[in-house]
Design a protein around this ligand. Structure first.
Ligand code: BES
Ligand code: MN
Ligand code: ZN
Length: 517
């Protein structure tokens, strides 16, 4: 993560390339802003008067201080109305400011975290695990400054292609005491952002790098670094367990599949864990039910659920959360080939249930079927699966929310609460008995698709998964639309989002330290 220091300089004299001050939406500058306005000869008050800057969410105003302040540039960034304030607004504003500072070639970026708007609201980030606003400030900046440039050659110095980064260090300014509190908040933010970056990197790597073996190696590295348990089952061990659904999908590929299990026990061995299951299709061609060529490259992101699972385990382990969490990632490619499964083939899953595969492109639910059956071994307090499962989910909710479907109202409500706080939105879709009936096969127990008469394919996918989740409280997140974005956001570059890591971390932390929910 970018080097970050906490200093108690006075913001007026603090020397930096860019000083960010967060502002509320109001009629005219108040507090420190008023003092700065005096030094800047009324620049700020005239911006307010002309409505060039009013403190609206993510609105910015860039001032060259020409020596009037210790900072070369002052960057006012809006947070909106005081009564609507929350951590997500702060994260977004900080991200917006960081991106602008980066674009303007600032090397040092300083945030006043105890001044301006942040000083004037008593609880600026309600619901966040960490109440200090320095946390969303740092988190938003780290995530905004993320770039995936592993494949840009850096040898040719000075050439266009040499992707030089500008922001080298971040300073969090605390005018008064509370130095240590801000330091702790920033450390937490760095751990969270690193976990999100783990997920984003895995998703961004092309499938010829990020193979099932690569996912397994990453899981091992996370386990080693944070001293948690890691088990990787190979094809033989999967055969022994009877994981015929996962192995069926893996048959078309020359890449060996991997069944990844990470175990983090932060609350003693007796409490049942939350099990997170993430779809780990490292490339989805559709198999014999081949996908059309347009945008097929994006199917390298079909392991986003698995990436978010590994990221979440990294987050909980690095933050030493007092909870038990298991992460499971069934990983394989979905390829056509001489040995690939064909439409009509019947597979026997680990649960014993047989599946008629009517479309080999509905492969996510097949690998998840065996992973969910494996999850039951833990007698979990809850099972949450994340999967880029259906294109239909993008039709329903676009890129703005993941779909959530589950068997337990309380679990869905808790996840929805965490979604609201972290800004990783989810929206519930129904699952009715008709949907479950629609996937009954004529010649096997289940079939992996149903007809169009039952509406959203997203629900069909969930109905199929439900058959394997047992009687444990279970929720399925279809992240097909949220795992990947064609449009940059305030703390988001184009491409992989790492969706799910912050949401699940919040969910787990909200239940941590307490007894069974
Ligand atoms: N990985 C895809 C879903 C997907 C599509 C994710 C676009 C992200 C962006 C999944 O395996 C798939 O192919 N689903 C099929 C299911 C269908 C055959 C029932 C789909 O959505 O078309
Ligand atoms: Mn598919
Ligand atoms: Zn897929």
């Amino acid at each position: 993560m970018i080097k970050t220091t906490v200093r108690d300089d006075d913001p007026i004299h603090h020397s930096t390339d860019c000083l960010v001050l967060f502002c509320l939406e109001e009629k005219k500058p108040a507090g420190l802003l008023k003092e700065l306005d005096g030094r800047l000869k009324g620049t700020i008050s005239s911006a307010f008067e002309n409505k060039v800057f009013e403190g609206k969410p993510n609105q910015t105003f860039w001032v060259n201080t020409l020596g009037a302040l210790g900072a070369k540039h002052l960057l006012l960034t809006g947070l909106g109305k005081a009564r609507e304030m929350n951590g997500e607004k702060i994260r977004q504003a900080a991200g917006t400011a960081a991106k602008l500072a980066e674009k303007s070639k600032s090397k040092t970026l300083s945030f006043a975290v105890r001044e301006g708007a942040l000083a004037r609201i008593k609880h600026p980030c309600p619901g966040e695990t960490e109440p200090d606003p320095a946390c969303p400030v740092a988190e938003g900046s780290y995530l905004a400054l993320y770039r995936f440039d592993h494949y840009k050659s850096k040898s040719a110095e000075g050439e266009e292609n040499a992707d030089v980064r500008s922001v080298e260090s971040i300073v969090l300014l605390v005018a008064r005491a509370q130095h240590r509190a801000v330091e702790r908040a920033a450390e937490r933010a760095a751990k969270i952002a690193s976990a999100v970056v783990t997920a984003r990197d895995l998703i961004s790597h092309p499938s010829n790098t990020a193979t099932p073996t690569y996912l397994a190696d990453t899981a091992r590295a996370i386990a080693k670094k944070h001293k948690i348990a890691c088990k990787i089952l190979d094809r033989k061990e999967m055969e022994k367990l009877g994981m015929g659904a996962l192995l069926g999908v893996a048959r078309g590929s020359h890449e060996p599949p991997a069944f990844i299990v990470l175990e983090y026990f932060g609350a003693g061995k007796t409490q049942p864990p939350v099990v997170i299951v993430g779809k780990g299709i490292t490339f989805d061609t559709g198999g014999i039910s081949l996908k059309p060529p347009a945008n097929m490259d994006e199917m390298k992101m079909d392991m986003s659920g698995g990436a978010a699972t590994l990221g979440t385990l990294q987050a909980v382990a690095s933050l030493k959360v007092k909870a038990n969490v298991v992460g499971i990632v069934p990983a394989t490619e979905n390829m056509p080939g001489g040995s690939a499964i064909k439409p009509g083939d019947i597979l026997k899953s680990m649960s014993g249930k047989t599946i008629e595969v009517l479309n080999t492109d509905a492969e996510g639910r097949l690998v998840l079927a065996d992973a969910l059956a494996y999850a039951a071994r833990y007698k979990p307090k809850a099972i949450i699966d994340l999967a880029t499962l259906t294109g239909a989910c993008i039709v329903a909710l676009g890129h703005l929310a993941a779909a959530v479907i589950g068997s337990d109202e309380k679990l869905i409500r808790k996840l929805s609460d965490s979604a609201g706080i972290t800004g990783e939105r989810i929206w519930e879709l129904p699952l009715w008995p008709e949907h479950e009936k629609a996937i009954k096969s004529d010649i096997a127990d289940l079939k992996n698709i149903s007809g169009p008469a039952f509406g959203a394919g997203t629900i069909t996918g969930a109905a199929f998964l439900k058959a394997f989740a047992g009687d444990f409280p279970w929720a399925h997140l279809d992240i097909a639309g949220t795992a990947w974005t064609g449009e940059a956001g305030p703390y988001q570059a184009k491409g992989a989002t790492g969706f799910g890591v912050r949401l699940l971390l919040h969910y787990i932390e909200s239940g941590a330290g307490r007894k069974k929910s």
